[in-house]
Ligand binder design. Structure first.
Ligand code: ZN
Length: 195
């Protein structure tokens, strides 16, 4: 689930025009970015689901700090606060919320592997609705997010640039780029490039 997160970033961009698109894209995958060094240090791990075909969504991901409910809230708050001095309170709140939206979207697809507390403290039940068990449905949901994101972005960008023809074609080019990149990332993901 990478393309879907980016699609969501484009949707938010269409409503929150002052927040740069790159920072929204970074926010949507921030939890996964923090996950990478923790994975390298074996603090967070994953293991393949027995019998799962292909590697798209074919793992139990034990990202017990970055993808625990409390951990995600803290990591997202830190991310938002980082931008507060530069871009102001509203941008900081938006970026923090968008970062946390990653957890909410992951909750839909993950397979009961997301703990409530960091390190799965207290061995509470793990969460995850497991949409990844249904590959086609997962791909459709991600694709919808990408298409909706590109559409919302195009609409919003168009609305502010109706007067200037140059701005208008730039809006269209950007929306098409969002769509193409999203579909390309989704295709690579579905073919298992990202593991
Ligand atoms: Zn994630």
């Amino acid at each position: 689930m990478i393309a879907g997160h980016f699609g969501f970033a484009a949707i938010v961009k269409s409503r929150e025009k002052k927040v740069p698109l790159w920072s929204l894209m970074l926010a949507t995958v921030w939890l996964d970015i923090v996950f990478i060094p923790l994975l390298a240090m074996k603090i967070e791990t994953f293991k393949p689901v027995p019998g799962a075909t292909g590697s798209y969504g074919g793992n139990y991901i034990y990202a017990d700090y970055t993808h625990s409910l409390l951990g995600a809230l803290v990591v997202s708050a830190v991310f938002g606060l980082f931008f507060a001095p530069r871009w102001g309170k509203r941008c900081a709140v938006v970026l923090g919320l968008v970062s946390f939206s990653h957890w909410v979207l992951d909750l839909v697809v993950h397979r009961h592997d997301m703990p409530l507390l960091p390190g799965n403290l207290g061995n509470l039940p793990r969460l995850g609705f497991g949409l990844w068990q249904f590959k086609t449905a997962s791909v459709i949901v991600e694709l919808l997010l990408v298409v909706l994101g590109a559409w919302c972005y195009w609409q919003a960008a168009n609305a502010v640039t109706t007067a200037a023809q140059r701005g208008r074609s730039r809006a269209t080019i950007s929306a098409v780029l969002i769509l193409l990149c999203g579909v390309a990332v989704l295709a690579m993901d579905a073919m298992g490039t990202f593991g």
